[in-house]
Write a protein that binds this ligand. Structure first.
Ligand code: ATP
Ligand code: MG
Length: 447
């Protein structure tokens, strides 16, 4: 198809009619002829009068076809059109207080560009509610619902905001390989793939590459990309393929990158509030921009809170979900848990010099949900080798990574922030899958 818009006329017949989206129709269009493309959301047939609700990505508009006023072909077409068919409508805009949005179109042309089969596998108008599984099976239809589309319009804005913010802060966007030969943090939770005659894996995190790039002198890098985790569990906050927003920065410690992280979260909320007012409205949501600085508690303090509320965690272990829920009762908003036991974090986290059993690490939480993990990293070659060995791994399998630490690796720190989790927490989604177009989980590989 050429760059011209879809239609059924030959070029010679094309009359210059401006193409509009439903939401663009306003007072200034009354009496004007416009062209709209969209889907048939609803048809109401009153015999000699047919109402078609046309839906496009920006909203709805009523197309009104009085038998006596529109051409017979258009009238006949509208009467028998199936819901969710793709249509082109050319007609004059009229103010109509009773129509949704306040305007209607009296078509001079109502053409079906592609008729939808009936019945639909999923009710887009949501008169019949559907389970999430059914919705995901027919995601393309599910996405036609304004509430669902709003989530992805906001996701788009969130990622734009993240990019803009990090670029302003001097970070350079990079892309690191997703097919790798080494595990990032040990051999578990990896998806093996066959790579010609070798075994390879889908990368669980860009961690090692981000760090190698610190040795390259780029100083500040970020990546927004997929991470793959072969975790068996099926929860509302885990996916087997997620999108991670990762940064690494030279000459900053853990506190430096925590500052970047909280500024970023605040900025995303501000940008979404400013740019996605309509979509928040579609979702019936009011976003409150979180106040910074976020509260910061230590791992030890987190354990005390949980303990006081009846959930005891042996020192050194990860904080369980029930314990996090108890802590979240006191801290429902954003907060950091800092200074984790060294043994509970990956080998590359920097231990405190004076207390090596804890490390310069942090998790960013929103209530009981972990949004991000980060740390100052070990930049000293020999200490890194020692930590790899202490974690029961073989330094030889980290060849390319370790070499970078021998020839001028600056001190550095970074974090990984789950994009899907950030969206989930911002919009209060009950299930992480709601904010992912085609989620991958234990049971879902299609579509
Ligand atoms: P969790 O403890 O919640 O399983 P994690 O500590 O294993 O997460 P990290 O390795 O710290 O995860 O990854 C950094 C961030 O990436 C997490 O804070 C989270 O936001 C996101 N993330 C990690 N694994 C997943 C996953 N399976 N699904 C969705 N997001 C994830
Ligand atoms: Mg983590």
């Amino acid at each position: 198809m050429s760059g011209t818009e879809m239609g059924v006329e030959t070029e010679a017949e094309v009359e210059k009619v401006e193409r509009k989206h439903t939401a663009e129709i306003g007072e200034e269009d009354v009496g004007k002829k416009v062209k709209l493309y969209g889907w048939v959301h609803e048809v109401r047939d009153h015999g000699g009068l047919v109402f078609v609700i046309l839906r496009d990505r920006e909203g709805f508009i009523q197309v009104t076809l009085p038998k006596k006023k529109v051409d017979p072909e258009s009238f006949k077409t509208a009467k028998k059109v199936h819901r969710e068919s793709v249509v082109e409508v050319v007609g004059v805009v009229k103010a109509e207080p009773k129509a949704p949005g306040g305007y209607e179109i009296i078509p001079e042309k109502f053409v079906v560009l592609n008729e939808a089969d009936a019945p639909l596998p999923l009710d887009v108008a949501e008169k019949v509610p559907a389970e999430l599984d059914t919705r995901l099976d027919h995601r393309y239809l599910d996405l036609r619902k304004p509430k669902v589309q709003a989530i992805f319009r906001i996701r788009h804005c969130m990622l734009q905001s993240v990019r803009a913010f990090l670029c302003e802060e001097g970070f350079i966007e990079v892309n690191t390989p997703k097919i790798v030969s080494t595990a990032t943090e040990g051999g578990t939770e990896l998806f093996p793939i066959s790579y010609f005659e070798k075994e390879a894996f889908l990368n669980q995190s860009p961690q090692l590459y981000k760090q190698v790039l610190m040795a390259s002198g780029l100083e500040r890098v970020f990546e927004i990309g997929p991470i793959f985790r072969a975790e068996e569990h099926n929860t509302v906050r885990h996916l087997n393929e997620a999108v991670s927003i990762d940064i690494e920065a030279s000459f900053l410690d853990h506190k430096g990158v925590m500052d970047v992280l909280e500024r970023l979260v605040k900025r995303v909320y501000e940008d979404v509030n400013e740019k996605c007012e309509r979509y928040l409205e579609w979702l019936n949501l009011k976003l409150e921009v979180p106040e910074t600085p976020f509260e910061r508690i230590s791992y030890d303090e987190a354990l005390e809170i949980a303990n006081r509320k009846g959930e005891s965690i042996p020192w050194g272990e990860d904080i369980s979900t029930p314990a996090l829920k108890l802590i979240a009762e006191e801290m429902p908003e954003h907060y950091f848990i800092m200074d984790w036991p060294t043994k509970s974090k990956p080998f590359y986290a920097m231990p405190y010099e004076d207390r090596p059993e804890i490390c310069k690490s942090f998790d960013l939480m929103k209530g009981a949900l972990e949004l991000a993990s980060g740390a100052q990293r070990i930049h000293l070659h020999d200490l890194l080798v020692k930590r790899i060995e202490e974690c029961g791994m073989n330094p030889e399998s980290f060849g390319f990574y370790l070499e970078a630490f021998r020839y001028g690796m600056p001190p550095h720190a970074g974090w990984g922030l789950g994009a899907d989790r950030l969206l989930m927490s911002m919009l209060g989604l009950k299930n992480i899958r709601e904010g992912v177009l085609f989620p991958r989980d234990r049971n879902r590989l299609v579509p």
